[in-house]
Design a protein around this ligand. Structure first.
Ligand code: NDP
Length: 280
């Protein structure tokens, strides 16, 4: 029997990228899935991809919603309960690094942008966790939060508020994991490195083609991605599914798995080590 048969999952941010791959994987392995995002067209593409994998339409519940709005969160939860009657898995994946009105993402970006980055990357996760909690307690469910290697410990001066919000998300996840495990709910985190998705389009205004070129070029630089290629959404989806599968990861509570092809282990100075020593 497929490993998620009988499970109901919500995957936020599943109209694209990592969320889409995760919804597809969970649904292909038996789960009923609520897929959600703001963009109705892209959400339909996710639905079609899942149908193409042979999943019955009745197992897919598309909800167009803004995850930062209370109404959007309520709709995602109520629609899941109405259609599938219960909830086993919450994947808090929606997130983005969005520049401020003047295009800034560094430490001089606006305070309004700071609030926006925290609202999307941290607060929406806190709110979804609070709203899902009573339902997940009934099923002894799982929560997987999608953070980023940007959360640290290395500095991320090119994406200060986004990275700071993700660091807060990591600590929130550890704290709430201890609270919720007493109700039988497990909380864990995945920190992706560079993954070829729409992320760079939102963060850096790149076209889809330029975004693809950027990710491929990073994959060719071993001092950026030692694995030698850029991550694909499926690489992250399989780690998320592992943490969402109680049989596979039952004793992992409040932990973070880094999936970055080795990126976060490389220091800039390593690129200098192969070079001849400077002569005095
Ligand atoms: P994508 O841009 O491809 O997907 C982001 C998803 O989040 C989309 O489905 C988007 O849906 C959704 N989303 C964004 N804002 C909102 C909102 N206000 N309300 C509802 N949904 C929203 O990026 P990724 O797949 O790469 O991103 C997934 C997660 O992975 C994010 O949390 C990101 O921070 C994290 N991550 C990504 C990395 C990468 O290199 N790609 C690296 C490290 C972490 P829509 O536009 O339809 O609203």
């Amino acid at each position: 029997m497929p490993r998620f048969t009988g499970k109901v999952a919500i995957v936020t941010g599943s109209s694209n990228g990592i969320g889409r791959a995760t919804a597809l994987l969970l649904a292909s392995q038996g789960a009923k899935v609520t897929i959600t995002g703001r963009d109705a067209e892209r959400l339909e593409e996710t639905k079609q991809a899942i149908l193409k994998a042979g999943v019955p339409e009745a197992n897919i519940n598309p909800v167009v919603a803004d995850i930062t709005s209370s109404e959007g969160q309520d709709l995602i939860i109520s629609s899941t309960r109405k259609n599938f009657k219960k909830m086993n898995i919450l994947i808090n994946n929606a997130g983005a690094n969005i520049p401020d009105a003047s295009g800034k993402t560094r430490s001089n970006a606006s305070i309004e942008n700071l609030q926006k980055m925290f609202q999307l990357n941290l607060q929406s996760v806190v709110e979804m966790t609070q709203k899902a909690r009573p339902h997940l307690a009934k099923t002894r469910g799982e929560i997987v939060n999608i953070s980023s290697i940007g959360a640290g410990p290395s500095a991320q001066p090119q994406s200060v508020y986004y990275s700071t919000a993700k660091a807060a998300l990591d600590q929130y996840s550890r704290c709430v994991a201890i609270d919720l495990i007493s109700e039988g709910i497990r909380v864990n985190v995945v920190q992706p490195g560079l993954v070829s998705t729409g992320f760079s389009t939102a963060a850096r205004g790149l076209s889809a083609d330029d975004s693809e070129k950027f990710y491929n070029s990073m994959g060719e630089k071993p001092h950026c991605i030692p694995a030698g290629y850029c991550g694909q959404p499926e690489h992250i989806a399989s780690v998320i599914a592992f943490l969402a599968d109680r049989k596979a990861s039952e004793y992992i509570v409040g932990q973070t798995i880094v999936a970055d092809g080795g990126t976060s282990l490389v220091l800039g100075m390593h690129t200098e080590f192969g070079k001849p020593a400077p002569k005095n």
